[in-house]
Design a protein around this ligand. Structure first.
Ligand code: 5GP
Ligand code: MG
Length: 181
């Protein structure tokens, strides 16, 4: 099956930098009295993405948002149909999420079911002031009324295609590929 590179490693870096600027603007980070958003990555690849986004936000604004990871395994509505897998435990920042703007961070947005599960998982950890969503790739095919506030790249796909997201922390290099399956 063929594959095509959608984002080079340089494109990935530029895309995350652009998203960082958008977060700073939309959350009015640095404006008087505003508390920084909390960035929660959805494992696996959302977690390093959240850290990179926080690094860039710190570089551009001087303020590093608290980061963490939100495990959603137990909240999937299709859990019973899936093979059991290890729980990747949630790691919430010590500041907690009460009254904060929480930004969920994931690599690919597809049906929206993962984010729906993430919203359920969040409810067990506190009561954010607002929840936003940042994804590196939106590949379409939503099945729920969910949309991202920050999108690295919109990629119209067919259901038969897949997006391969490679991140150096997990995969040894940065790249986004469109794969015909
Ligand atoms: P959804 O729950 O929106 O259907 O799918 C999003 C979740 O499944 C994300 O956590 C993402 O990692 C994964 N996912 C769905 N489609 C793709 C895809 O084409 N490529 C990759 N890399 N992940 C996908
Ligand atoms: Mg995922």
């Amino acid at each position: 099956a063929g594959e095509r590179e959608l984002l080079s490693s340089g494109d990935v870096a530029r895309t995350i930098a652009r998203m960082a600027h958008q977060v700073i603007e939309k959350t009015a980070l640095g404006a008087g009295g505003s508390t920084p958003p909390v960035l929660l990555g959805i494992p696996t690849r959302g977690t390093p993405l959240a850290l990179r986004l926080a690094d860039k936000i710190a570089e551009f604004s001087g303020i590093r948002p608290p980061t963490g990871a939100l495990d959603i395994t137990l909240y999937r509505d299709d859990l019973r149909r899936r093979p059991p897998r290890a729980l990747e435990h949630s790691q919430l920042p010590p500041t907690g999420i009460d009254d904060a703007v929480v930004i969920l961070v994931d690599d690919v947005l597809f049906s929206g079911r993962t984010i729906r599960a993430a919203l359920d998982a969040l409810r067990d950890h506190g009561r954010p002031r607002a929840v936003q969503l940042a994804v590196l790739v939106d590949r379409g095919h939503r099945e729920l009324p969910i949309r991202a506030d920050y999108v690295g790249k919109n990629v119209p796909t067919s259901r038969a295609e897949g997006i391969e997201v490679l991140l150096s922390e997990v995969d040894g290099r940065d790249s986004v590929l469109l794969r015909a399956q």
